[in-house]
Design a protein around this ligand. Structure first.
Ligand code: FES
Length: 184
């Protein structure tokens, strides 16, 4: 079963690389293709592993240091794995006073990670924020662009479950689409 899972992961990785190559090939002569190529890679992998940055550098014939410099310059590129969903707990004054710390503790417990970390299944990353402009509805948690207001620690499990379900279904769909794309 584990072997099957590993084989499947390798297969999906290979397909991602093919997809990236196809993307680059289609735009090889377009000026400024580097950033779209990096964006596509990040979409496919969820972040930019060193090996993928090297691969792009080779395919576009741009020095690795130049590609790495672009990745570092733009904050939307990440070289460390981030979760599919980024959870940000507000610890601004209003949220702090109304239980933000307890909400954060419940998330750490449920996810089994600390702030700045990502779950092993790469579904969630946990971060903290300082006021999302919804102080009247504190404590506030953002999951990607969704704002969750008056969050209660007791409801955290339920909140995560909805994202888990959606993410698993989406991952299955993506894997199928990538596999179908590769077979064409
Ligand atoms: S302090 Fe949390 S939204 Fe303002």
């Amino acid at each position: 079963m584990v072997r099957q899972k590993n084989e499947r992961a390798e297969e999906v990785d290979e397909v991602k690389l093919c997809e990236l190559d196809r993307f680059i090939e289609d735009r090889r002569d377009v000026k400024g293709v580097l950033i779209p190529a990096l964006q596509r890679a990040q979409e496919l992998y969820g972040y930019l592993p060193d090996s993928v940055i090297r691969h792009i550098s080779k395919r576009l014939d741009i020095p690795f240091s130049e590609v790495a410099g672009v990745v570092t310059f733009y904050s939307f590129f990440s070289t460390v794995p981030r979760g599919r969903h980024v959870i940000r707990v507000c610890l601004g004054t209003a949220c702090y006073v109304r239980g933000g710390q307890e909400v954060l503790a419940a998330l750490r417990r449920e996810l089994g990670i600390e702030v700045g970390q990502t779950t092993e299944d790469r579904l969630f990353s946990l971060e903290i924020g300082r006021c999302f402009g919804a102080c009247g509805l504190a404590p506030v948690v953002m999951v990607d662009d969704d704002v969750h207001q008056r969050v209660k620690p007791a409801r955290i499990r339920e909140l995560l479950a909805s994202y888990r379900e959606e993410a698993h279904a989406a991952q299955e769909r993506e894997a199928d689409l990538i596999t179908e794309g590769a077979a064409e």
